[in-house]
Design a protein around this ligand. Sequence first.
Ligand SMILES: [Zn+2]
Ligand SMILES: [Zn+2]
Ligand SMILES: [Zn+2]
Length: 226
Amino acid sequence: MEKCEICKKEHETLMFYSGKLEVKSHDFHDWITDVICKECAKEAGLSIIECHHCKREFTEQNHNGRRINENYYCYYCLKELFTKCHSCYEYEKRENLTEFRGGWFHETCLENRREHMTEWESEPLNLENNKFKKLKHKRCFGIEVEIDDDDLPLYELQETCFASRNDGSLENGKEFVSPILQGDKGYEAIKEFCKITKFCKHNTRGSVHLHIDARDLSWVKIKKYG
Ligand SMILES: [Zn+2]
Ligand SMILES: [Zn+2]
Ligand SMILES: [Zn+2]
């Protein structure tokens, strides 16, 4: 039980209000910064809104929730039930959104984005439970692939774990950068990338760079790799 700041009576549920408030049967209240009861709120002419989900009541001036499809949701329920589309930033139920690279999108927003997106980040490869049958060494590595082709299958490439960069050294193409690769999982990631790019145009401007994790190597060994 808490005391209403205006009528001083105890109430089961109170609502937060901060601001100047005039209640007819009480004195004028300057800057109330605490909680008031529903009766006092009504008497002061505040409209009360109820959360569609948890049924908690709020004064309209002091909610942080939002009206979605005619229903009002309080701040807490909004966070729990809805997710913001990462493209249009509208709240939406999770089941109506599609996941893409750790973000959630409306299907139409995602399609728009895919059409216009030419640069994007790589997706880290989960290297847990990795196997080492195809690539026996445990050393981590990464590759950069430059492809000079003005008709790249970008839509499919966005599904791989590779990042895309607009590269100044290429006329029309792009550079694709892998996340940290290792063992068979790294091998599979490269295979998937090659499957998509095998029909791309190749010329002398394109190239492949290999980076290996050399943090534990001595200079003598690094020379050997080179
Ligand atoms: Zn009261
Ligand atoms: Zn609620
Ligand atoms: Zn959207």
